[in-house]
Design a protein around this ligand. Sequence first.
Ligand SMILES: Nc1ncnc2c1ncn2[C@@H]1O[C@H](COP(=O)(O)OP(=O)(O)OP(=O)(O)O)[C@@H](O)[C@H]1O
Ligand SMILES: [Mg+2]
Length: 330
Amino acid sequence: MPAVLEVRDLTKVFHRGSLLARDRIVAVDNVSFQMNRGGIFTLAGESGCGKTTLARMILGFEQPTAGKIIYAQGPEKEKQKVWFSQRIQCIFQNPFETFNPLRKVEGYLFETVRNYGLAKNKTEAKELINSKLEAVGLSYEEVEGRYPSEFSGGQLQRISIARSLLVDPSLLIADEPVSMVDASIRMSIVNLFRRLQDELNMGILYITHDLATAYYLSGQIAIMFRGNIMEMGPVQEVLMHPRHPYTQLLRDSIPEADPAKKWQGRISIAATEQEEYLREGCKFAGRCPHVMEICKQQAPETVDVDGVHVKCHLYLGTQRLAREVRKRTV
Ligand SMILES: Nc1ncnc2c1ncn2[C@@H]1O[C@H](COP(=O)(O)OP(=O)(O)OP(=O)(O)O)[C@@H](O)[C@H]1O
Ligand SMILES: [Mg+2]
């Protein structure tokens, strides 16, 4: 499967506070991964670990401080920019924020068709819109003439997925697409992602707090903590046999997405979050049940443990030990 996106040593630094007491937060710290077409890649981790910042850089909304984002080759060099913006689509957390309450929903769909020149006339546009709405379990008739408030959150989220499908994206970035949708219809949206990825052969970058849907949906998963990918690999391996102490903790204490907390996150920052971001050594050292002296002083390298990338001194130790044992026996 060809890579649809590769992220190499991507870093984003934010400065916060007053000029005299400025904190340097590395919201995304040297992150690398690769995504294939036709696969679902999950970015998981608790609030404030850098998931949205990473997504915003991929979407071009935020300039990286360092590192590279390599998109799949478009058809022609000069058309690349248009091609990218068209081919990478995004679904946000709150569908009610995506749509203006005073504007009919169909207006958004026609606007996208117009912006990208996807149809020759209104009839053709309607047909295209209807086909994409059908792909998400709705129809043009159900949407025509209605305002956002006349839909449920789940329906609106489907409509925003239909809108992104209009341009045949090769990559869909879904940032917490179900965390504000009723639990009862969450699974139907998650299933929709699964089906779309199967049928349309696009890559999906699924961003979530929720390890249960991540497990169900994804092929590969990256667990982030304070800007770092702590563990990354096949979802079955990472979630069923977590190597990193943080993944173990996260799995055992699956935190719920809390919409109220999100607002706080934007304005102020929890003391521990700030402390952890500014910490020398491993960012998780303050909470880690296996913490060692070295963890407090030195950030661990990422090592490959049976095909899973783990950023933890525990495994650096075993690798070193294994090397030494090998040396001794040779
Ligand atoms: N524009 C900004 N200026 C300063 N700090 C920022 C900015 N955007 C994000 N941050 C900080 O960067 C860190 C990562 O934030 P980000 O929104 O990427 O986290 P997240 O994993 O998406 O969290 P959530 O799960 O709550 O959505 C946080 O500490 C956040 O406060
Ligand atoms: Mg976020």
